[in-house]
Design a protein around this ligand. Structure first.
Ligand code: 5AD
Ligand code: SF4
Length: 351
């Protein structure tokens, strides 16, 4: 199939097929311009010019898991571990609201200190004190915990599937399995969270075909937010010497996602900016419509090192807020002031 035939097929609104998606993902640089322009036009016509800000609050880097790609894996003894107290988390969220973030994402490693009830209390406090939309991203947990947090007021949940290829998932996750991850996502969906998922691009052994199948799986799941980024090898992990992903791969993936999910929220992620100072602006012009600047206290930022080269480690939430505003305006877009909830019922529709 030619690039143009694949692009026309997906723009026709027919259900996407894996072969066409793989052709788009593997396109050359000239075709990539056409792909990203098409995605940018779809983005403008559906979710519009507004860019939604989510303040990312990384509240604990303690993790019980040993994912082969991640700098926070349990086996990395070189990380200084930290855990914000409930009061610190609540105060940081309140500060984020004062700085004009309509929404925060509470993210951590899989840290069992935050039991279901403990985290529920924090969520309830933040929802009582603020009008923030609240996203959780704390990994795989029991359905009972997911339910408790939803009842406490959490609006959204982010849990990347990372890859739907069973052999690759197994190879990357010595202490996890794909079916459990999928079951967590189905549970979250059934609890009526606005659901975010996604993958890394450039994982060892991953191909355009694998990624194409990931996209179709995310579509079947009904994911409403799609967070993707390049895999960046970390020296203190088993994948230290892997090649890693590139910004170009990530931008093609963002563009294809926008074509498959015209109404979804798609962030321009920090990992993209870590590979290129203008990585997020480029993603926003290739289909993305969300940015997630850190609101994590400055002194903890260097410790939340999933991958090397993370940006803004010396900055604070106020500075990041101003910087990101300017970047969004520099490409002719506007900063959204509303909570940026998913457009109900539209997240899955193909135009
Ligand atoms: N490079 C890029 N992204 C990574 N993540 C974890 N480790 C890395 C890495 N080395 C991503 C995973 C996880 C998210 C929180 O960070 O996709 O879901
Ligand atoms: Fe832990 Fe998440 Fe890193 Fe895996 S990716 S080691 S679960 S922080």
């Amino acid at each position: 199939m030619t690039f143009q035939a694949a692009l026309d097929a997906i723009l026709s609104g027919a259900p996407p097929d894996a072969a066409a998606l793989a052709v788009l993902l593997a396109c050359d640089d000239t075709d990539a311009t056409g792909l990203m322009d098409a995605a940018d036009r779809v983005r403008a016509a559906t979710v519009g010019n507004e860019v939604h800000l989510r303040g990312l609050l990384e509240f604990s880097n303690i993790c019980r898991r040993n994912c082969d790609y991640c700098g926070l894996r349990r086996g990395n003894a070189k990380v200084e571990r930290y855990r914000l107290t409930p009061d610190e988390i609540i105060a940081t969220a309140c500060e984020a609201e004062r700085l004009g973030f309509p929404s925060v994402v509470m993210q951590s490693g899989e840290d069992a200190w935050y039991t279901g009830p403990r985290l529920a209390e924090i969520i309830r406090a933040i929802k009582d004190k603020t009008s923030l939309a609240l996203t959780l991203s704390v990994g795989e947990r029991d359905p009972a915990d997911y339910r408790l947090w939803r009842e406490a007021g959490a609006d959204r949940y982010l849990l990347r599937i990372e890859t739907t290829d069973p052999a690759l998932f197994r190879a990357l996750h010595p202490d996890d399995d794909l079916e459990t991850r999928k079951a967590c996502l189905f549970t979250l969906k059934s609890l009526d969270y606005q659901l975010g998922s996604g993958v890394m691009v450039g994982l060892p052994g991953q191909t355009p075909d694998t990624l194409a199948r990931d996209i179709l799986w995310l579509r079947d799941l009904g994911a409403e937010m799609l967070g993707v980024g390049p895999f960046i090898p970390h020296s203190e992990t088993p994948l230290a010497d892997a090649a890693g992903g590139t910004l170009n791969q990530a931008l093609r993936l963002v563009a294809v996602l926008r074509l498959v999910f015209p109404w979804a929220h798609i962030p321009a992620t920090t990992a993209m900016a870590s590979l290129d100072p203008l990585g997020r602006e480029k993603a926003l012009q290739a289909g993305a419509n969300v940015v997630m600047p850190a609101v994590t206290p400055t002194d903890r930022r260097p410790l939340y090192a999933l991958y090397p080269g993370k940006i803004c480690l010396d900055d604070d939430a106020r500075k990041c807020r101003g910087c990101i505003d300017a970047r969004i305006r520099s490409i002719g877009r506007t900063v959204a002031t509303g909570p940026g909830h998913v457009l109900q019922g539209k997240a899955r529709s193909v135009r």
